[in-house]
Ligand binder design. Structure first.
Ligand SMILES: [Zn+2]
Length: 220
């Protein structure tokens, strides 16, 4: 293939998207397994009213999330597909734990509601925005915008995003503290969304009709 605009598919930089996309790789298998385990543990925890099982689901989510990313980087198997699946499975895992925890302790429905709005909607949109640039994952978003990367996908940024809320909610059981933290995170994500829209998402170039006609012609 020699189409214009494919230079980035051969540059070889570790941050750049390459033409090696696959769904099933060792890291994505870890992603699927850890998500299934998180789901089963959280469902059992909610069913049995067991805090231990709910916390086990949270532990599998966090440890598994570090394991799939670490394995992908170590083995050079980072793909855009793997990054998307990781982002989507993180939402599933967080939802399982949070809904299970609100089931276990219904006083927590307000902070859980705010957190899920942030993580499952605003942060999902932000995290998938990396697809508009030729990078492998949000981990390399500093090549697009360093400020957004520091707030959202640097190592401290990611840890704050994924763990601060759950730790505070479980440790304090304070509706107002947990709600306040979730609200601050929601505000930070909304501010990030405003910054992203000011940067502007690149739109793929070319004509979809022309591509369609080309593929149809090639099939004949
Ligand atoms: Zn490159």
């Amino acid at each position: 293939m020699t189409a214009v605009g494919t230079d980035h598919l051969t540059c070889g930089h570790r941050e750049c998207a390459q033409a090696d996309e696959r769904i099933l790789t060792p890291p994505t298998i870890v992603t699927f397994v850890r998500t299934l385990a998180t789901l089963v543990l959280a469902l059992l925890g909610a069913h049995d009213g067991s805090l231990d099982l709910l916390l086990a689901s949270l532990a599998v989510y966090w440890v598994g999330d570090m394991a799939d990313g670490g394995l992908a980087r170590m083995t050079g198997r980072e793909t855009r597909t793997g990054a998307q699946l990781d982002i989507i499975c993180d939402r599933m895992s967080a939802a399982c734990f949070c809904v299970g925890f609100a089931w276990y302790d219904p006083t927590m429905v307000l902070p859980v509601g705010i957190y899920l709005s942030e993580f499952l909607v605003i942060d999902l949109y932000l995290s998938l925005a990396f697809l508009a640039w030729p990078i492998r994952s949000p981990n390399y978003f500093y090549l697009v915008d360093r400020t957004l990367w520091i707030w959202n996908w640097s190592v401290p940024g990611k840890m704050l995003n994924s763990s601060l809320f759950a730790v505070l909610m479980v440790a304090t059981r304070s509706v107002w503290l947990a709600s306040a933290i979730a609200a601050v995170m929601l505000s930070a994500k909304l501010a990030s969304t405003v910054r992203l829209s000011r940067i502007g998402l690149p739109v793929p170039t070319g004509c979809a009709h022309a591509l369609h006609d080309e593929r149809s012609a090639a099939r004949v």
